[in-house]
Design a protein around this ligand. Structure first.
Ligand code: GLY
Length: 377
């Protein structure tokens, strides 16, 4: 494995390694083609236990659990079983969590043993929470297989399930022992889901990397679904961007809120559309809307707004929402990140520079209204 950022272009089998420092130690994120076959080797280096259990949804398990378990067995782990659940957000609930905990107990996993979270964001969140709770906490290795999970949810230690009252309302911070992201798994992600996840990739570029944003606008990642070298480089860069934020603010007391860029309006669009629009698409629309409204208030440069819109549009992601402002504001009022009668809105001032502004719900309604519009030159 290598720590340099350009080796993957020269040697497609090299893994990029991004270390993440936390209050309880360092873990490494390994990115690259064929990383899944090296899961056992990575897990062996990251945890002491002798037994492991793979948690996955049924779709991902059918594709990748055999390879994952073979690699774990080859590294000397006893595979104590596989726990699966139906794919989809509807499974991310307390009932599935309870079944997973009972499954781990039935397999007599010890606190030193290892849970392997193999799959997309839903699996990472629920298996991560199961690991956080089981025996008051056992090691988890995150093995993200979707683009969204690779660039975002597998890094930073957030775990959760949904409650009837809303998404991600019950959870814990539980850092992984390691993360293994095999970009080859992205070949089996449906194209529309891959496109959707690009919303978070664009968000990271807006947060921290102007040249990545312009590169993505000129050559959208949707054109590189099978380009393992480019995927490795872009995923690893996204992990670095997220790493830099979560290292500075693990528990979301300040800087980590900036990762919510595009999410305030995006979450309202997601809830109001009853999950018919993907998360990344909603974030992309929210990002463009907040950029437009911010430009109108003199908070964001016209150049930044233009570059954001251009990159989002290049990926075929929505750049606006025509849902009525009253509908969106009704959902915004229920946002779990609301503080009193206002919200902390993340505003792009320029590419690579954001600020958090406290705005009232009334002001937010005006921001939603002003944020609508077409892509402008
Ligand atoms: N996905 C936002 C965070 O991890 O804080």
């Amino acid at each position: 494995m290598t720590q340099t950022s350009d080796k993957s272009e020269k040697n497609p089998d090299a893994l990029e390694t991004v270390p993440v420092r936390t209050s309880t130690g360092v873990y490494e994120v390994h990115v690259g083609p064929g990383a899944l076959g090296r899961l056992g080797e990575v897990a062996r280096g990251a945890c002491a236990g002798s037994r492991c259990c793979v948690i996955s949804d049924e779709t991902v398990a059918a594709l990748y659990a055999d390879v994952a378990e073979a690699s774990l067995a080859e590294a000397g782990f006893e595979v104590a079983g596989r726990l699966t659940f139906p794919a989809g957000e509807a499974s991310k609930n307390l009932a599935t969590l309870s079944e997973l905990l009972e499954g781990l107990a039935a397999r007599e996993l010890c606190r030193d043993d290892l849970v392997v979270a193999l799959g997309g964001g839903v699996t990472g969140d629920i298996a991560g929470l199961a690991a956080a709770l089981y025996l008051r906490g056992c090691a988890v290795v995150q093995v993200p297989t979707s683009l969204l999970a690779m660039v975002d949810s597998s890094v930073g230690g957030k775990t959760a399930v949904d409650l009837a009252a809303g998404k991600n309302l019950a959870g814990a911070f539980w850092r992984p022992a390691a993360v293994v992201a095999d970009v080859r798994c992205l070949a089996t992600v449906p194209p529309e889901l891959f496109r959707d996840s690009c919303g978070e990739v664009v968000k990271h570029a807006v947060l921290a990397d102007p040249s990545l944003l312009d590169e993505l606008a000129a050559r959208p990642l949707t054109q590189s679904r099978l380009d393992e070298g480019r995927l490795t480089r872009v995923v690893a860069r996204n992990v670095q961007i997220k790493r830099d934020v979560v290292e500075a603010d693990e528990r979301e007391r300040g800087l980590r809120q900036t990762l919510n860029l595009g999410h305030t309006i995006g979450h309202a669009i997601e809830s109001a559309s009853e999950l018919s629009l993907g998360h990344g698409s909603c974030v992309a629309a929210g990002l463009c809307m907040v950029a437009r409204a911010s430009e109108a208030r003199g908070w964001c440069s016209a150049d930044a707004r233009r570059r954001i819109e251009r990159c989002v549009a290049a990926h075929g992601l929505p750049t606006t929402s025509d849902l009525p402002a009253e509908t969106l504001v009704r959902y915004l009022a229920h946002d779990k990140k609301r503080h009193g009668d206002g919200v902390n809105l993340v505003v792009p001032e320029d590419i690579g520079r954001v600020t958090v502004r406290r705005v009232s719900l009334d002001e937010l309604a005006r921001i939603v209204e002003d944020g609508r519009g077409e892509v402008r030159p």
